[in-house]
Every structure is written in structure tokens, then in C-alpha cells.
Design a binder for this molecule. Structure first.
Ligand code: SF4
Length: 353
């Protein structure tokens, strides 16, 4: 199927949105900058998680100029725990481009927005419609699901072709003057009524009478989506290296998982204590005084799972190769540590130097 014809849902959908829209901090003043930051934060991340991050970020970096000029350490610290750190780096690269090429403002053009790092079809559509009132669709996972059910479509929503088809169909029915509200209403319906997991709450849905999946009894069968590949499991041994009240951090290389971020030093595989101590010496130049086993932990990334064992390693001195020794206070204030290390970072702060 190369096209999709949708019923005219604008009126009941907008009326429902008017009455049921959640109060969210980026909605009260939808400036282009605030819409941009919120949309980037909301990628792969739940609304409730994003709210405090958004408020803190906007307080610290209220405009494009401050975002362009902030140090990478501070930027990543503001992002600490949100994951997908390339989003933060792309924001800053884009902010610098906006200053150099667009007079320091986001352009009121879907096509120009698309040229900025970190901005794809969905985000360009969201900024164009919500912040600038331009008639472009913003099709995220929620919209794919709602439209697929509404049209009783059996096209696989993980396919780019289906996404394109749904975007075109939404642009056909989008009310020109209320594109931003319409896009937000569709997303809101997907997030709060036409739910992904479990049954959609059709009895509270303003589109029930127009919905193909509801009429045909297919609400739980749709949308169709190819199953994701199983995640790859990686075993790691995490070292909480301590010395005189300080803990060692190590900077990851550029490229790949957690590119260029600070981490607790870690080694491939699950190593027994003697081997972990020998590897700590060989790889990080640490003179090991004592080694003590910590609890196991697990962290799930999009495509990889880390299964971790850990050791607290007391070092003879604060030396070593490529290590930065910081107090717990310094680490909390200035260095962003990815969530994967959180169980062991707490150990670092437990004062057992
Ligand atoms: Fe989704 Fe049910 Fe509404 Fe159809 S009627 S759009 S399946 S919530």
C-alpha cells in the first residue's frame, strides 16, 4: 500500500485535546528554542523523566547563545542520567551553526530545520508546526500507532515506507491553521488513550466512531511491527578505584557506545579478583593494595545489555594511566557519569577510601 486515506478526525480530536491536554512545562510558552529542547529530550525518554531535566536545562541555558557557549562538561552534567548523550552534543553543534548561519535563531522552515544536526523528520515537523504554525506533520511512535489503528492498516510501522505513507496521510488531513495543536493532540492521544502496551482505552477515545481497528475488533492486533532483534549481552568488570578519599574516573574514547564520556574504569569480561587486580595494574597502571567484591549490576542500552560485576580497589597512590582522581563532591558537581555506572558510583561515594 503506497497511500492511506484517513477520516476527518480534526474536529473531535482538537476538542478532546482542548479538554484533556496535560499541563507540561514546554507547552505554556512554546518558543522555538523550548520546543526544540523538549522534543530532543523526549526522544526515547518518558515525559515524567524529562520534566525536571527540561526545567533545569532551561534555567541554566535559557537561549541558543548560552547553549552554544557552555562547556562540554557543564552540558553533559545537565544531561546526566538522560542517556543518548549524542543528543546533547548535537544540540550544541546545532546552536553554534544557528549562530554562524541563521542569525542565532531557529529557522521557520521545515527544510532548513532538517539540515541541523540531531533534527530528523519528526523533530523538524514538531518544531515547524508547534513553534512556527507551519502545516507539517510530526509523526512519532504514538502517531504511527494511532493512525495505523484508525486506518486498520496492516502495513509494518517499523518500515520507512510505512512511516512515509503515514506522514503523507496526516499532512492531507492536517488543519492548516492548527497544525501544532493537531500534531500534539495526535501524540497526546497515543500517549494517554490509544496505548502501546495493553489494550487501548477505546471507551474514552474521541475517535472511536471513526476508528477502523475498533470497528473490526483489531485494536489489540494492530499496529503490526517487526520484532526487534534480541540485545547483545556484554560482560564487564567495573573498578571503583579509591585512594585517599578520591575515586578514579576514565574518559572513554570517541565513537561507539557512550562516546567520549567519563566512566568508572572497567574491563571486558567477568574477571576473578586476582585477574581484575592484574588487569587494573596493566591497563590503568594502578598499584593495587586491596580488592573487595561489590554487588552485580545490569544496565540496558538500546541494543546492548551490560552484565556487570564490580570491585572496590584500594590503590597505593593516586597515580595511574589516563585516570582522573576526584572527590565525591567534585564528581557530583562537575562530571557526568552515565547511568550504567550509577550502582557503582554510589559505592564510590560511600567514603570507604
Ligand atoms: Fe485507538 Fe481505540 Fe481510539 Fe481506535 S478507538 S484510535 S484503537 S483508542
Amino acid at each position: 500500500m503506497d497511500f492511506l486515506v484517513l477520516p476527518d478526525i480534526a474536529k473531535p480530536l482538537l476538542a478532546w485535546y482542548d479538554a484533556h491536554a496535560r499541563v507540561l512545562p514546554w507547552r505554556d510558552t512554546p518558543t522555538p528554542y523550548r520546543v526544540w529542547i523538549s522534543e530532543i529530550m523526549l526522544q526515547q525518554t518518558r515525559v515524567q523523566t524529562v520534566i525536571p531535566y527540561f526545567e533545569r536545562f532551561i534555567r541554566a541555558l535559557p537561549d541558543i547563545k548560552s547553549l552554544a557557549g557552555v562547556t562540554e562538561e557543564t552540558l553533559l552534567k545537565l544531561w546526566e542520567g538522560l542517556g543518548y548523550y549524542s543528543r546533547a552534543r548535537n544540540l550544541q553543534t546545532a546552536a553554534r551553526r544557528l549562530i554562524a548561519e541563521h542569525g542565532g535563531a531557529l529557522p521557520a522552515s521545515y527544510e532548513k530545520l532538517l539540515t541541523l544536526p540531531g533534527i530528523g523528520d519528526y523533530t523538524a515537523g514538531a518544531i515547524a508546526s508547534i513553534a512556527f504554525g507551519l502545516p507539517h506533520a510530526a509523526v512519532d511512535g504514538n502517531v504511527l500507532r494511532v493512525i495505523s489503528r484508525l486506518a486498520a492498516s496492516e502495513a509494518d510501522i517499523s518500515q520507512p515506507r510505512t512511516k512515509r505513507m503515514i506522514r503523507q496521510a496526516v499532512e492531507q488531513i492536517l488543519p492548516r491553521e492548527q497544525a501544532g495543536a493537531f500534531n500534539q493532540a495526535l501524540m497526546e492521544l497515543g500517549a494517554t488513550v490509544c496505548l502501546a502496551s495493553g489494550a487501548p482505552v477505546c471507551k474514552g477515545c474521541p475517535l472511536q466512531k471513526l476508528c477502523g481497528a475498533f470497528t473490526l475488533g483489531l485494536t489489540e492486533a494492530l499496529p503490526l511491527k517487526e520484532k526487534k532483534k534480541a540485545r547483545r549481552v556484554e560482560c564487564r568488570t567495573v573498578l571503583v578505584l579509591t585512594c585517599g578519599g578520591k575515586t578514579a574516573l576514565h574518559k572513554r574514547g570517541e565513537g561507539g557506545l557512550l562516546s567520549g564520556l567519563w566512566e568508572l574504569p572497567n574491563l571486558a569480561g567477568h574477571l576473578p579478583p586476582q585477574e581484575a587486580a592484574a588487569e587494573a595494574a596493566a591497563r590503568f597502571g594502578v598499584r593495587v593494595k586491596e580488592i573487595e567484591r561489590l554487588a552485580n549490576a545490569k544496565h540496558i542500552f538500546t541494543h546492548i545489555e551490560w552484565h556487570m560485576i564490580g570491585y572496590r580497589v584500594k590503590a597505593e597512590d593516586c597515580g595511574g594511566i589516563g585516570l582522573l582522581w576526584v572527590s565525591d563532591e567534585q564528581r557530583r558537581q562537575a562530571y557526568a557519569l552515565p547511568s550504567a555506572f550509577r550502582p557503582y558510583a554510589n559505592e564510590a561515594g560511600s567514603g570507604k577510601a
